[in-house]
Design a protein around this ligand. Structure first.
Ligand SMILES: Cc1cc2nc3c(=O)[nH]c(=O)nc-3n(C[C@H](O)[C@H](O)[C@H](O)COP(=O)(O)O)c2cc1C
Length: 353
């Protein structure tokens, strides 16, 4: 006789009991992707057709990509940094690859604001995609003068202030790393124009929150974050730094966690919209930035590898919303923000024993 114990009776199927305990929610009704509302209202009359922009310095003036990309389907174009007078830029070498990114020290090579208006504004005027002119300067006066010349020019939809520039009036200290200087240049530009005004934050600071607040209080319509992280590379012979300018700006996927942190902190202390930049290469990055409070994102370094990426992200975002039954992408914004303002990273929270 077999001494094997009888097999236990087969368990009853779990499905009916599960259904009683936890009724499954009906799947959200899919919304056709083409009907998902992707528009972004940044105030002062600037409404982006969708939340995927291209970042300054990585898409030229837009016209260069006309053959490769349908630029008119982008959410917005931030053109190359523009100064009062033409600049030839920094000595070479100006770029080098790094793990997960790149270092650049282009040095704001550009034809100057008057040449920019003459060469590109008429084309921009024919586009549905808003073009934001990225403005740089070495004094408050210079920023104001560039913006005055752009004010009222058809084809210029707004200004993005690059304040990661040396302030000659403060011994070369960057505007972006001092709340007082950041607020002062924002207020002066605000007085000079009614154009939508975006101000770009630098990650090279101990605490972003007072700087973000100062810029918002000074009248900016939106913040963009982040500019590049300061870094260097060493020449192969190890006898000097590699870049002609010694210092460069780090960008690409390597900077994404820093950008997420800055957006997360800034979004908690200002009421104006925050647009995220830093290491976007796929839809998951866009969703992460929206979750920490960004209303839109800019794609930068990744464009060098694939100029069609921003448009693919527009389509993928619409499909993602459609799949989740969302009539607007705005339902994705801020889902990872705390209910109450949390402690800033400047308090060293990640190293708390
Ligand atoms: C080659 C290059 C040139 C850039 N030029 C500018 C510029 O003129 N003005 C500016 O505000 N940011 C400039 N940036 C910074 C980018 O706009 C963006 O803030 C940064 O690269 C982070 O985004 P990413 O990781 O997607 O590239 C430049 C970046 C690169 C790589």
């Amino acid at each position: 006789m077999s001494r094997r114990r009888p097999l236990p009776a087969a368990r009853p199927a779990l499905a009916p009991a599960t259904r009683i305990l936890a009724p499954t929610r009906p799947a959200p009704a899919e919304i056709p992707a083409a009907e998902v509302d992707l528009t972004v209202d940044l105030g002062r009359g600037l409404v982006l057709p969708n939340p995927i922009l291209v970042a300054s310095g990585t898409f030229g003036y837009g016209v260069e990509y006309g053959e490769v990309v349908d630029v008119d389907r982008l959410g917005g174009i931030c053109c190359k940094g523009t100064t009062l007078r033409a600049r030839i830029g920094n000595p070479t070498p100006r770029v080098t690859e790094t793990p997960g990114g790149m270092l650049n020290s282009i040095g704001l090579q550009n034809p100057g604001v008057d040449a920019l208006i003459e060469k590109y504004a008429a084309t921009w005027m024919t586009w549905r995609t808003p073009v934001l002119v990225n403005v740089a300067g070495e004094s408050v006066h210079e920023y104001v003068e560039v913006v005055r010349r752009l004010d009222g020019v058809p084809g210029v939809a707004g200004i993005e202030l690059n304040i990661s520039c040396p302030n000659v009036g403060m011994g070369g200290l960057q505007f972006a790393i001092d709340a007082g200087a950041a607020g002062e240049v924002t207020a002066a530009v605000r007085r000079a124009t009614d154009l939508p005004l975006l101000v770009k934050l630098s990650p090279n600071v101990a605490d972003i929150r007072p700087i973000a607040r100062a810029i918002a209080d000074a009248g900016a319509d939106a913040l963009t974050a982040i500019n590049t992280l300061s870094g260097i590379a060493v020449a192969p012979d190890r006898r000097r730094p590699l870049l002609g300018n010694v210092y460069g700006g780090l960008s690409g996927p390597a900077v994404k966690p820093v950008a997420l942190r800055i957006v997360y902190e800034a979004a908690q202390v200002v009421k104006i919209p925050v647009i995220a930049i830093g290491g976007v290469t796929e839809l998951a990055d866009v969703l992460d930035f929206l979750a920490v409070g960004a209303v839109a994102v800019q794609v930068g370094t990744a464009i060098f590898a694939d100029p069609t990426l921003p448009l693919r992200l527009v389509d993928e975002l619409a499909i993602e919303c459609s799949r989740r039954g969302m009539a607007t992408y705005r339902d994705l914004i801020g889902s990872a923000l705390p209910a109450r303002t949390g402690r800033p990273s400047a308090k060293g929270v990640e190293y708390r024993p």
